[in-house]
Design a protein around this ligand. Structure first.
Ligand SMILES: NC(=O)c1ccc[n+]([C@@H]2O[C@H](COP(=O)([O-])OP(=O)(O)OC[C@H]3O[C@@H](n4cnc5c(N)ncnc54)[C@H](O)[C@@H]3O)[C@@H](O)[C@H]2O)c1
Length: 439
C-alpha cells in the first residue's frame, strides 16, 4: 500500500520505517529541507541507532523516500498519517498550528483524489481536535465528505525515544479510533502483521487514551519521587521500597523509579494539555496540578542533597553528567538539566557539563556554562557531581575518575549507579531517595 507520513520526526520516521519494513511504499513529507535531504541519504536528524540502520536499508531498497512536497506525497498515497509536533503554548494548551497545516496539505490531496483515502491523526491531540479541527479543514478545503468520500482515523502513538523502532514493531497495543468501519478496517489491514492487542474505538476515546496513558505514567513518576523524598528523610532506601511495592501486579515495577523529574517531548506537555482542556470544560484537576508541582521541584531535590553535603554551593565547581531528558537520546526538550543547572548557578556554583550525545543541542540553550569532552574530564577538579541522565557509560566511572575530583561527592539523580561501587571507587554516594538507617 502507498503510505504518506506528514512530519518526519521521531514518530513520523518510526512509523514510516515500520511500514517500509512491512513492505509498503512510504513517502515522508516534511517542511524542513535539511531534514528531507538527510532522510533521503538514509540518515536520521536525531540519535536513534536501530531506527537509523533500518531507515538506511529502506531508502536503499527504494521503499522509503522523503520530500518537501506534502501535497504530491499525500495525493499518491492510500493512507496519510499526520505526525507533526503539537508543542505546548504558555497556557499549557497544545499548539495545533502544525496539525492544521498538515490537514490543509491532506485536504488539497483529497480535493483532486479519484480514490478513497484515509487520513490518520497520529500526533497527540486533545479530545475533539480530530472531529472538529482536522475534520472541518479536510471537508472545507477538499469539498469532500468524511465517511463518504474519505476516511478519518485517530491512531495515537505510544513509542518511547531510545526504542522507537522496537516500540513501533512490538507495541503494547494499537488503538484505532474512527467513526466509520471502512476507514478503521483499512488501517487495521495496514497493521495486520503487527502482533499486539488492537483496540477499536471512536475518535475522541482514541485521543483520550493517549492522555490517560501519559498522565498515568507521569503520576507514577511523581509518586515515586514523593516516596523517595520521604524515604531519604526517614533514613530509608526508596529503591528497595519501590521495588517491593512494584512487585504487586496492581502497581507494577515500571516507571516507579525516583529521579530528578520527567522531561521529554511528551509527558510534561501532555499533562499540561489535559489539565488545560479539562479546565476549559469546567473541571479543575487537582491531581494533574499536584504531579506537575512535584515535577517542578524535583530537580531542586538533587541540588539540595549536594548543597547539604558540601556545606553550600557558592564558588563550588559542580559537574553535571547527562543533559538530555534521559540517557540514550539527544533530545533536550523539557530536560530537567535546565532547571537543575539554573538552580546551581543561582546558588553561586560553577557548572561544568557533559553528555555523550546531547551537547550540541544543549549548548544552544545554555551557551555560557563550561562543557567537557568526556565524563572523566568533567569530574576533574569538581567539588561535586550530579548525574542528570542515566547514560550506561556513567556506570563505568571508576576510582581513577572519582579520585580526580576535589571532593568526590556524587548525587545520583537517576538512581543508576551502584552506591557500593561509587564508595569503593572513592566517591561519596548520595542519591534521590537514598537513605540509610543509622547503624
Ligand atoms: N517523540 C515521542 O517520543 C512521541 C511519542 C508519542 C507521541 N508523540 C507525539 O507525536 C507527535 C510528533 O512528535 P515528534 O516527537 O515526532 O515530533 P518532532 O518534532 O520530532 O517532529 C515533527 C516533524 O514535523 C515536521 N513538520 C511540522 N509541520 C509540518 C508540516 N506542516 N508539514 C510537514 N512537516 C511538518 C517538523 O519539521 C518535524 O520534522 C507529537 O504530537 C507528539 O506529542 C511523540
Amino acid at each position: 500500500m502507498k503510505v504518506c507520513v506528514i512530519g518526519a520526526g521521531y514518530v513520523g520516521l518510526a512509523t514510516g520505517v515500520m511500514f517500509a519494513k512491512l513492505g509498503h511504499d512510504v513517502v515522508c513529507a516534511d517542511i524542513d529541507r535539511a531534514r528531507v535531504k538527510l532522510v533521503n541519504s538514509g540518515r536520521l536528524p536525531f540519535h536513534e541507532p536501530p531506527l537509523e540502520k533500518e531507515l538506511a536499508k529502506a531508502v536503499r531498497n527504494g521503499l522509503l523516500s522523503a520530500t518537501t512536497d506534502d501535497v504530491s506525497a499525500a495525493r499518491s498515497a492510500k493512507v496519510i498519517f499526520i505526525c507533526v509536533q503539537t508543542p505546548s503554548l504558555p497556557s499549557g494548551k497544545i499548539d495545533v498550528g502544525p496539525v492544521k497545516a498538515a490537514s490543509r496539505a491532506a485536504a488539497r490531496a483529497l480535493r483532486s483524489a479519484d480514490d478513497y483515502k484515509v487520513v490518520v491523526v497520529k500526533s497527540t491531540v486533545v479530545p475533539s481536535t480530530t472531529d472538529s479541527v482536522v475534520k472541518s479543514i479536510l471537508e472545507r478545503r477538499s469539498g469532500r465528505i468524511a465517511g463518504r468520500d474519505f476516511g478519518l482515523c485517530m491512531n495515537p502513538e505510544f513509542l518511547q525515544e531510545g526504542s522507537a523502532l522496537k516500540d513501533s514493531m512490538e507495541p503494547s497495543r494499537i488503538v484505532v479510533g474512527s467513526e466509520e468501519r471502512r476507514a478503521a478496517d483499512l488501517l487495521m489491514k495496514l497493521y495486520a502483521p503487527i502482533k499486539a492487542p488492537k483496540v477499536r474505538t471512536d475518535l475522541r476515546s482514541a485521543e483520550m487514551i493517549k492522555y490517560a496513558s501519559n498522565t498515568f505514567l507521569a503520576t507514577k513518576i511523581s509518586f515515586a519521587n514523593e516516596v523517595a523524598n520521604m524515604c531519604v528523610r526517614f533514613g530509608i532506601d526508596s529503591d528497595a521500597v519501590l521495588r517491593a511495592a512494584g512487585l504487586d501486579p496492581r502497581i507494577g515495577p515500571l516507571f516507579l523509579k525516583p529521579g530528578l523529574g520527567f522531561g521529554g517531548s511528551c509527558l510534561p506537555k501532555d499533562v499540561k494539555a489535559l489539565r488545560d482542556k479539562a479546565k476549559r470544560e469546567g473541571y479543575s484537576s487537582k491531581l494533574l496540578s499536584a504531579l506537575l508541582a512535584i515535577n517542578e521541584q524535583q530537580p531542586l531535590e538533587g541540588v539540595r542533597l549536594l548543597e547539604e553535603a558540601l556545606g553550600g554551593l557558592k564558588g563550588k565547581r559542580v559537574a553535571v553528567l547527562g543533559l538530555a531528558f534521559k540517557g540514550g537520546v539527544d533530545d533536550i526538550r523539557e530536560t530537567r538539566a535546565v532547571p537543575l543547572i539554573t538552580q546551581l548557578l543561582a546558588k553561586g556554583a560553577k557548572v561544568v557539563a557533559f553528555d555523550p550525545m546531547a551537547m550540541p543541542n544543549f549548548i544552544k540553550v545554555m551557551p555560557t556554562i563550561e562543557y567537557s569532552s568526556s565524563a572523566a574530564e568533567c569530574l576533574k577538579g569538581a567539588d561535586g557531581c550530579i548525574i542528570q541522565a542515566d547514560w550506561p557509560e556513567f556506570r563505568r566511572l571508576g576510582k581513577k575518575d572519582f579520585s580526580r575530583m576535589r571532593t568526590p561527592v556524587v548525587v545520583d539523580g537517576r538512581r543508576c549507579l551502584d552506591p557500593e561501587a561509587v564508595a569503593r571507587a572513592g566517591g561519596r554516594y548520595l542519591g534521590i531517595g537514598y537513605g540509610r538507617s543509622p547503624g
